[in-house]
Design a protein around this ligand. Structure first.
Ligand code: PRP
Length: 184
């Protein structure tokens, strides 16, 4: 697949690079104020959150540590499988830490409901969640993120870390795919 084929698959750009950068700065300013005087452990979900994490952490004016958790629910589909797999084995100790989970998108809420529960079992000082995108209409749990970049309608989006079948993560904007991209 050529890069031009990827961009030809885009139906609509929802948030361009400037809009994302402005919102990330705003989120970082809020988080910096909320955690003033504390060190924060940023726990990013793999793989979708890596680009958001990279931008957010550089905008935070706080001492931070970073860790990663494997989290998978979609497989190669545009619909969540309903079964969430978490891999916390390689994560460090979270007891007594201020943990801020950094997530690209919250959809059904299953992933973050399960992840927050797992971390709370490790006696952290606090656990909060920062999600770049929120699709509240899709929720099947009562999960509510603490920090949200953009609320969106129920549309399948790619770019800025988000994939379809592992592709499109490197697009610098967040966009909706043409149906042909996932129907073929
Ligand atoms: C996506 C996303 C979240 C989860 C949200 O991960 O990164 O972790 O789904 O969906 P939920 O609210 O319905 O649980 P995905 O399984 O696509 O893995 P990826 O980040 O590696 O693309």
């Amino acid at each position: 697949m050529a890069f031009a084929d990827m961009t030809d698959d885009i139906a609509e750009v929802l948030f361009d690079e400037d809009a994302i950068a402005r919102r990330v700065e705003e989120l970082a300013a809020t988080i910096t104020a909320d955690y003033a005087g504390s060190e924060v452990l940023l726990l990013a979900t793999l793989k979708g959150a890596v680009i958001f994490l990279a931008d957010l952490m550089r905008a935070l004016q706080l001492p931070v540590c970073v860790d990663f958790v494997g989290a998978t629910s979609y497989g190669g589909s545009t619909e969540s499988s309903g079964s969430v797999r978490l891999d916390l084995d390689s994560c460090g100790d979270m007891s007594g830490r201020h943990v801020l989970i950094v997530e690209d998108i919250v959809d059904t809420g299953r992933t973050l409901t399960k992840l927050v529960d797992a971390i709370q079992g490790q006696a952290p000082a606090s656990v909060r969640t920062c999600c770049l995108l929120d699709k509240p209409s899709r929720r099947v749990t009562d999960f509510r993120p603490d920090y949200v970049g953009f609320e969106i309608a129920d549309r399948f989006v790619v770019g800025y870390g988000l994939d379809f079948s592992q592709r499109y993560r490197n697009l610098p904007y967040i966009a909706v795919l043409k149906p042909r991209a996932y129907e073929s």
